[in-house]
Design a protein around this ligand. Structure first.
Ligand code: SF4
Length: 719
């Protein structure tokens, strides 16, 4: 279990900073005066309020150790937490992690806000804070994997296909880029020249040469200058680390399992202060760390790796009859078990597909009792296969002793490497077995979908298992830090009413241990935004095309207003239906950009912003994390109230758990949060002006009450 062995006395910290700064001001006053003296910045009361509360929590001036602040758009949240956190880190030595949900915000903090504040803090304390960024492993090049992949292609000699030759070129380009001083970070990769196919090669190959590759063993790595190791070293000692939600969740799991922290040097304490921005997304990222899956592809990859390793071990046996015969019988034995596993996994997937067809659903959620009857038939040969790996390790050990007698040092080193590889593969077999139990064999432990249980579902290709509720696990995470600050533009579904209680329970905080509050946006929404709900009967039509045509009319009507139009949909199906009606009538001075047709999210947003008069159609990922200030977005059309799909596995499981309160405690809060995020795309600065049109007549029916709470302005009706 995690303990707060690193926890220090907060009072002594407070004394420490007073001593060091020789100031009589208390910490919140000091932070405020620093903030208000930043040149060329406007005084924002909401920001000051947030900054002072963060400072009070960090300095131990409040009873509570945790804080949740919903800060409306334009409050200046990042300075509100980053300034006190950076100053506090320098004065007390208590290290800070700031975790964001998106790479955009992570980069903005690391490249703009943090260096600016670090300079400021350095000026008044005489000590420059160190700031580091840590990205997910996938973002960093692994030289070990790169060289191995190059070698395996080079070894094919003249047997390379055209595609393999281009792959080899790509890998050589990466090698040159890195040896010529490239950072080894994916986003810094120079654009490789070549046909479009090379982009596909890049996308396909990067994961195999990144630090996230399954087959690498960092402990055995002989390369210096590893980009991931370098980033980790910086993060392990920095005063402030800018990370992301997933890394914080992974760090928690690693600390709990193997007492290893991504954010600390071995033997040293991990950071004590955790700040989570875009915190409305954190529970989902956190839940993802406890998710597992079972697919035929996962088994095939593992099987391939096992066979390859056993073949390599057999190759080392050449020249010694005894070893050769042991290796041959090992190969034979393993192939027998592998065939059994293969056949039984096929049978499992056949069973699941048949069950799914019987229920005629797209995703089949497994409730207690849905248990694969022949699980033993997979688990037994899997356990025997694992036995083969132990036999292979024993063979490696015996060959190592033989190599040392023969003084064949090179062979000894290679065999040592094989033993390590076998160990790692054995871990993967255990992980697969655990996934199998969670996904297809609801054992007693997972028999109930409850606080400790999983929702398990099958989507035709794979089984997925993940915990439904994570409040207890989150409580453990908070408890492993001295202070936790959570913030977002939407943290409480209904801040005016009972949103705080919902938040506290969902996020696993006990009563009385957290301060919760809302800092309203400084914008004058009544002047800046006008909101309509469209009530035309065609919008209620069960015929999708009639409805699509009506939504298209609203897009047409928006053309008379200058500036960009964004339409947010809840399904690709409806979006594509509306595109059919809109595409032929787009005026010459506008362009139509459609998610999934005209590029990725980042590319579409860049074009939408720079055009200034474009029409953008997007689904779920466009409802949040989109920042388009100015006239480039002046009309926002919300096609439908974003109720979650009731047959989405996690929603179904959560609703099942909540029983009669599902509507109030699951559906409405999630809908409100998404809707508030979506509407929040329109007004991004105090000079922005625009219209919101909701083309869903349900907004004036029984759902009117919560629509009223989600919008900062009154909702007018229009036909
Ligand atoms: S330390 Fe690990 S990630 Fe880095 S180059 Fe070596 S094997 Fe790859």
């Amino acid at each position: 279990m995690l303990t707060k062995k690193h926890a220090k006395n907060t009072k002594s910290h407070s004394e420490n900073w007073k001593f060091q700064t020789r100031e009589t001001q208390n910490f919140p006053d000091l932070c405020e005066s620093l903030l208000t003296n930043i040149p060329n910045t406007r005084r924002r009361e909401g920001q000051i309020k947030m900054l002072r509360t963060v400072a009070e929590i960090l300095a131990g001036e409040r009873e509570q150790k945790y804080l949740a602040v919903e800060g409306g758009t334009g409050v200046g949240k990042s300075f509100g937490y980053l300034l006190p956190a950076t100053l506090h880190a320098v004065l007390t030595g208590r290290r800070v992690i700031v975790a964001t949900g998106t790479k955009n915000l992570q980069e903005q903090l690391y490249e703009k806000d943090a260096p600016m504040l670090a300079g400021l803090v350095g000026n008044i304390t005489g000590k420059n804070p160190t700031i580091a960024i840590l990205l997910g492993k996938y973002n960093y090049l692994c030289q070990e994997a790169l060289m191995r992949r190059i070698k395996s292609l080079v070894d094919l000699g003249c047997d390379l296909t055209d595609v393999e030759e281009r792959e080899l070129d790509f890998l050589h380009n990466i090698e040159q880029w890195f040896s010529g001083g490239g950072s080894g970070v994916y986003d810094h990769l120079p654009i490789m020249q070549g046909p479009k196919a090379d982009e596909e090669i890049q996308a396909r190959w990067w994961s195999r040469i990144s630090a996230a590759d399954d087959s690498i063993d960092c402990k055995e790595c002989g390369f210096n200058n590893c980009p991931f190791a370098r980033a980790r070293e910086n993060a392990a000692t920095a005063d402030v680390v800018i990370a992301n939600h997933h890394l914080v969740a992974t760090d928690y799991v690693l600390r709990d399992k193997i007492d290893f922290s991504l954010f600390a040097v071995k033997g040293e304490d991990p950071p004590e202060i955790l700040i989570i921005d875009e915190a409305h997304d954190f529970p989902d990222a956190f839940r993802g760390s406890f998710e597992t899956y079972l697919s035929t592809h996962r088994w095939s990859r593992l099987n391939k790796d096992i066979q390859k390793t056993i073949d390599t071990v057999s190759w080392f046996a050449k020249g010694n009859e005894d070893f050769m015969s042991r290796a041959l019988s090992l190969q034979e034995e393993y192939l027998g078990f592998a065939a059994q596993i293969e056949a039984n996994i096929k049978a499992l997937f056949h069973w699941a597909n048949t069950e799914m067809k019987k229920r005629s659903t797209q995703q089949w959620l497994m409730f207690p009792g849905d248990q694969y009857p022949n699980l033993k038939e997979i688990r037994e040969p899997l356990s025997r296969a694992r036995g083969c790996l132990y036999t292979a390790m024993q063979l490696c050990d015996d060959m190592k002793s033989w190599a040392s007698v023969k003084e064949d040092e090179e062979k000894g080193v290679s065999l040592k490497h094989q033993t390590k590889l076998l160990g790692r593969i054995e871990e993967r077999v255990s992980e697969l077995d655990a996934a199998l139990c969670r996904c297809a064999g609801l054992t007693e432990h997972y028999r109930t979908i409850g606080a400790t249980g999983d929702a398990v579902w099958f989507d035709g290709r794979k089984f997925t298992a993940c915990p439904v509720r994570v409040a207890d696990k989150l409580a453990g995470l908070w408890d492993s830090y001295e202070n936790v600050i959570l913030t977002s533009a939407t943290l409480f579904p209904f801040p005016q009413s009972d949103g705080f209680e919902w938040f506290r329970e969902e996020y696993g905080f006990k009563r009385g241990e957290i301060v919760m509050g809302v800092v309203p946006s400084p914008f004058r929404y009544f002047d800046q935004m006008t909101a309509f709900v469209a009530t035309h009967p065609d919008l209620k039509a069960s015929n999708g095309d009639t409805r699509a045509q009506k939504i298209a009319e609203f897009v047409n009507r928006a053309y008379k207003y200058p500036g960009g139009i964004m339409v947010l949909f809840t399904s690709y199906h409806e979006m594509n239906a509306v595109v059919e009606h809109v595409a032929p009538t787009v005026p010459d001075d506008r362009i139509l950009l459609v998610q999934g047709r005209n590029g990725g999210k980042a590319d579409l947003l860049a074009r939408f912003k720079s055009h200034g008069n474009a029409v953008l159609f997007g689904v779920s990922s466009f409802w949040q994390g989109v920042d388009i200030p100015g006239d480039a977005l002046s009309t926002l059309i919300v096609a439908k109230i974003p109720f979650p799909r009731p047959d989405e596995p996690l929603i179904e499981a959560l609703s099942w758990l909540a029983g009669r309160t599902a509507w109030k405690t699951v559906i409405v809060p999630l809908t409100a949060m998404t809707l508030r995020q979506g509407v929040g795309r329109l007004i991004r600065t105090e000079n922005d002006r625009g219209y919101v049109v909701i083309t869903d007549p349900r907004a004036i029916g029984k759902h009117r009450w919560f629509l009223k709470e989600c919008l900062p302005v009154p909702l007018y009706e229009t036909k």
